[in-house]
Design a protein. Structure first.
Length: 134
């Protein structure tokens, strides 16, 4: 008899909290190559098409870049404070859960970056299970 062994494949993910933060779990930060959460920063770009919001570009940056967003500790993970971007995009993050998968990409003239693709959108449950208290 042959036995099929399922190998678990790690899929880096993120989600938007009800307070407008892009939440990045620790395994996702490792995938993003974050060595120090104290100095890690990301420039953020938005991808949209005719149907609307598609995802976010996360471009590693250094702490001297004033246009980059810094990581902030929340609960067991970290987040990027992107509330202003989400508001401009018209994302109803207070009432809707937005989930992303992240993949590494090469950006012309910039180098390596990451793309957080929107993969799921559903009404937020009222449980208050968001680890984010502001």
């Amino acid at each position: 008899k042959t036995r099929v062994v399922k190998e678990e494949v790690f899929v880096p993910e993120a989600h938007i909290t009800s307070n407008g933060k892009l939440s990045l779990p620790l395994p996702t930060l490792e995938f993003l190559g974050v060595e120090s959460t104290l100095t890690a920063r990301f420039k953020v770009g938005v991808d949209q098409n005719k149907k609307g919001f598609v995802g976010l570009y996360l471009i590693p940056s250094d702490e001297s870049d004033p246009t980059a967003f810094e990581l902030v500790k929340i609960g067991r993970g970290f987040s990027l404070l992107l509330k202003g971007i989400f508001i401009r995009l018209g994302l109803a993050y207070r009432t809707t859960e937005f989930h992303f998968t992240i993949k590494k990409i090469d950006l012309d003239g910039i180098g390596t970056g990451f793309f957080a693709k929107l993969v799921d959108e559903k009404p937020r449950t009222k449980k208050g299970n968001d680890e984010d208290e502001d």
